[in-house]
Design a protein around this ligand. Structure first.
Ligand code: 13P
Length: 251
């Protein structure tokens, strides 16, 4: 069975003080015997220090973004291999904020996905529709386009070492969560797309839901058959709230 993954995307939040309080709180309340995998994704400058704070705890670390390139004259960019050296195991690619605010295309996202795997790390591929797309009945179309863009470039076998996060843009940071049924429907669609190419990988890949997940709504979402965890923004910045979400995850 798939082990649930609860990932905290800190986005551009944090400070040395706040991070050490947050990690301290997580370590105090975290039980290694608890069933799910837990991941924190701090901003780049804090990765090394957070890795040190987490050392040996069993809580994993990831990054929020990376370059499409391995190295070279790309001022301001960070290569996936560098993230691996700081202790990251995962890298988020294609977050809707990267797509919408920073203009990342499906093809950029696919290249980042490949770059992450080349560095022996696991990509967390984010997909999701905007409110206008949902209202126009284009959810299926958008999800298929975003997932296929990566499947076409990386191939289905690559998804044996990847996570997909469904994050409806209209639910991110808005307090509006997708209903468990709405989320389940899209998760089933995604798993079906993978299953059409490889049944075994479809059965093992972890599909996370993200968008205004909090302790109060986590249990219902995480109980759905195709929801294997969460990608948590705001609620991952408070140790107690984040741990309550983790406690709601299936083992
Ligand atoms: P919120 O949980 O703050 O809605 O953010 C979700 C998200 O974008 C996680 O990547």
């Amino acid at each position: 069975m798939r082990t649930s993954l609860i990932a905290g995307n800190w986005k551009m939040h944090g400070s040395r003080d706040a991070n050490s309080r947050l990690i301290g709180g997580l370590l105090d309340g975290y039980d290694v015997r608890g069933g799910c995998d837990i991941l924190v994704c701090p901003p780049f400058p804090y990765l090394a220090e957070v890795a040190r704070l987490l050392n040996g705890s069993g809580i994993l670390m990831g990054a929020q973004n990376c370059s499409t390139e391995e190295s070279g004259a790309y001022t301001g960019e960070v290569a996936a291999s560098m993230l691996g050296e700081t202790g990251c195991k995962y890298v988020i690619v294609g977050h809707s904020e990267r797509r919408e605010i920073f203009g990342e295309t499906d093809s950029t996202v696919a290249r980042k996905f490949v770059a992450v795997q080349q560095a022996q790390l696991e990509p967390i591929l984010c997909v999701g529709e905007t409110l206008a797309q949902r209202d126009a009945d284009e959810t299926r179309l958008v999800i298929e386009r975003q997932v296929n863009a990566v499947l076409d470039v990386a191939g289905v076998a690559a998804f044996a070492r990847a996570v997909i996060a469904y994050e409806p843009v209209w639910a991110i940071g808005t307090g509006k969560t997708a209903s468990p049924e709405q989320a389940q429907a899209v998760h089933a669609l995604i798993r079906g797309m993978i299953a059409a190419k490889d049944d075994k990988i479809a059965g093992s890949i972890r599909l996370l839901y993200g968008g205004s997940v909090k302790a109060a709504n986590a249990a219902q979402l995480l109980a759905m058959p195709d929801i294997d965890g969460g990608l948590i923004g705001g609620a991952s910045l408070q140790a107690e709230e984040f741990l309550r979400i983790c406690a709601a995850a299936k083992a």
